[in-house]
Each structure stands twice: as structure tokens, then as C-alpha cells.
Design a protein around this ligand. Structure first.
Ligand code: NAP
Length: 297
């Protein structure tokens, strides 16, 4: 068997086209484009690249995005004041704070301060709590990207055994909640899991978010399984590979995301989709159907 390749770039292009239409409709109703602000304090090279990609894709679809780049020595009070100002700014519908923050700033303060109604990357305790309770919520965008791939490829989840490798707050944990809501039987594995292949071989859908290059081989995959590779790992030669050994696993899996070109290109698009959900919810009208449907509840 040779796996069907799940093309994240093609799906991203499809969602961007949907977003452009949606934003056109929003501007007709609201009289202005939705606004998104990325806050970055100092920051590493990776977060710089990610910010630029979000700004570029936002411009492509018609969201007015800007970057608030703060110096690395910004105090907690200064960051808090900026976030409060953005919370109260009616031209800003979505706020993202780039991680990692410098060591003297607390991620918890940020998560507690960003208004739940503008928390488009689902980092706040309120968003996480809503997700846990099965209430509509903003979702961490990477986890939302995985669900979008499963949804767009019409992958049946009800009654299926889904195995997630990784239990981070941004990928594994939120995904486990979303998949439970889709009536999958979910197993979450992590670094202390004993006999990982025993679990991975049972998976109808295998989702890997570990960060270990090509560590999942064909023997660990059930024939015909759907394999979603979230991992992004840099090789010694400077290339990018996933957690999955693509060449061997594609001979066994039923379908498989490539790296690059799988989950990655969808993450920022899903962030913008959630910015539109935030924008519509500020208007005194019912949110378009396609947004409530995209919330996995
Ligand atoms: P993380 O916070 O470092 O979490 C990694 C998880 O993998 C942890 O739960 C860890 O277990 C588990 N793990 C480590 N070694 C393992 C092993 N040998 N067997 C089973 N589980 C193991 O990472 P993350 O932020 O979730 O990211 C995971 C990967 O996804 C990274 O490669 C990252 O670059 C990538 N990523 C991609 C995107 C995207 O847009 N495509 C976005 C975010 C992240 P413990 O909890 O026990 O330590």
C-alpha cells in the first residue's frame, strides 16, 4: 500500500479562499477590516519567522495585522499595560503573544490578561476550561489544524481508536479533548509510556507531536492507518523532517501528512480563522454557520 498524501498547503489555500470571502462579508457589515495584533518581546529567530508568516498570510486574506515588537527588557507592568490597551481597543479582534517570553516575564500573567474574547490561540485558562467542558472555545491553532485536516479529509472518528503521541498544552492535551468530543476512543502517550509500539500499532488514527526526528517507523504503524505528523525537527544538514519516517511509513499507512507541507501550513491559517470567529462575535448579529461548525463542539 502507498499512502495518500494529505496536502496541508492545498488545504491551506482552500481555507484562505474561504477566509477572503468571509472577510469581504465582514467588512460589508462592520465597515472595517478585522484587526489582529502580534505581541513579541525580544524573541528567537523561529518566532520572528512565524510572526512574518502570520503578517503575510493576514494581508493575503484581508485581515489588518500588526506587530508590537517590544524590547527584551520590557517589564511585566509594561507588557500588562499593552495587553490591557489591546483588550480595550475596538479595532483589535485578536491578540497573539509570541512564545517563548524572556525568563523574567510570566506566561501565566499573559494567559490571565489577554481577554478571553480575543484569545485566538486558545492560551487562556478560560479557553482551556471551555474546551474541557465541551463549550465553544478558541483552540490552540496547531491542534485546530490537525482537526481541520481530519475534517476536510472526512476521516471517520466516531468509534475509532486514536493514539496521540505527546501531551503538551498546545497539541496533545487539547487534541485529546476535541477527539473525545468527536466520539473517538483516545489514548495519549508520552515520554513515560512503556512499550510505545504496542499503542501506536493499535491506532486507526495516529497523531505524533513528540519532536524526535523520524522516530516513528513502518513497524509502529497499523496498515491503513491515518497518520498525522505534527513534529518539526531540523536535521544536521539543515533540512526539516517530521517525527515520522516518511519513506517507510508511506508504504504502510492509508494516508499521511508530509513534513514540510502537512500540519505546518495550516497552523497560521487556523489562527486567522479563529480571528474571524472573534471578529464576528463582536457584532450584534448571529455568527455565520461555518464558524460555529468549525469549533469542534
Ligand atoms: P513539547 O511541549 O516538547 O512536548 C513533546 C511531548 O512529546 C511531551 O508530552 C513528551 O512527553 C512527549 N515525548 C517526548 N519524547 C517522547 C517519546 N520518546 N515517546 C513518546 N512521547 C514522547 O512539544 P510541542 O510543543 O507539543 O511540539 C511537539 C512537536 O510538534 C515539536 O516537534 C514541535 O516543533 C512541533 N510543533 C509543530 C507545530 C506546527 O505548526 N506543525 C506547532 C507546534 C509544535 P512528556 O510530557 O513526558 O515530557
Amino acid at each position: 500500500m502507498t499512502a495518500r498524501i494529505l496536502d496541508g498547503r492545498a488545504m491551506g489555500a482552500e481555507i484562505k479562499a474561504e477566509l477572503r470571502d468571509d472577510i469581504r462579508r465582514y467588512i460589508e457589515v462592520a465597515g472595517r477590516a478585522p484587526g489582529l495584533v502580534i505581541v513579541r518581546v525580544g524573541g528567537d529567530a523561529a518566532s520572528g519567522v512565524y510572526s512574518k508568516v502570520i503578517l503575510r498570510v493576514a494581508e493575503e486574506v484581508g485581515i489588518k495585522a500588526s506587530l508590537e515588537q517590544l524590547p527584551i527588557l520590557t517589564t511585566a507592568d509594561e507588557l500588562h499595560s499593552l495587553l490591557m490597551r489591546l483588550n480595550n481597543d475596538e479595532t483589535t479582534q485578536g491578540i497573539i503573544v509570541q512564545m517563548p517570553l524572556p525568563a523574567h516575564l510570566s506566561q501565566k500573567m499573559v494567559a490571565d490578561t489577554v481577554s478571553a474574547s480575543k484569545d485566538i490561540d486558545g492560551i487562556s485558562p478560560q479557553s482551556a476550561g471551555n474546551l474541557f467542558l465541551g463549550l465553544p472555545s478558541f483552540l490552540p491553532s496547531t491542534a485546530a489544524a490537525v482537526m481541520e485536516i481530519l475534517e476536510r479529509t472526512q476521516t471517520v472518528l466516531a468509534g475509532k481508536r486514536v493514539v496521540i503521541l505527546g501531551r503538551s498544552n498546545v497539541v496533545g492535551k487539547p487534541l485529546s479533548m476535541m477527539l473525545l468530543q468527536k466520539n473517538a476512543t483516545v489514548t495519549v502517550c508520552h515520554s513515560r509510556t512503556v512499550d510505545l509500539p504496542k499503542f501506536t500499532r493499535q491506532a486507526d488514527v495516529l497523531i505524533t507531536a513528540v519532536g524526535k526526528a523520524q522516530s516513528i517507523n513502518a513497524e509502529m504503524v497499523r496498515p491503513g492507518a491515518v497518520v498525522i505528523d505534527v513534529g518539526i525537527n531540523t536535521t544536521q544538514e539543515g533540512g526539516i523532517v517530521g517525527d515520522v519516517d516518511f519513506t517507510s511509513v508511506r508504504q504502510v499507512a492509508g494516508s499521511l501528512t508530509p513534513t514540510p507541507g502537512g500540519v505546518g501550513p495550516l497552523t497560521n491559517v487556523l489562527l486567522l480563522k479563529q480571528c474571524m470567529q472573534a471578529a464576528w462575535s463582536t457584532l450584534d448579529i448571529e455568527m455565520p454557520d461555518h464558524h460555529s461548525a468549525g469549533r469542534y463542539q
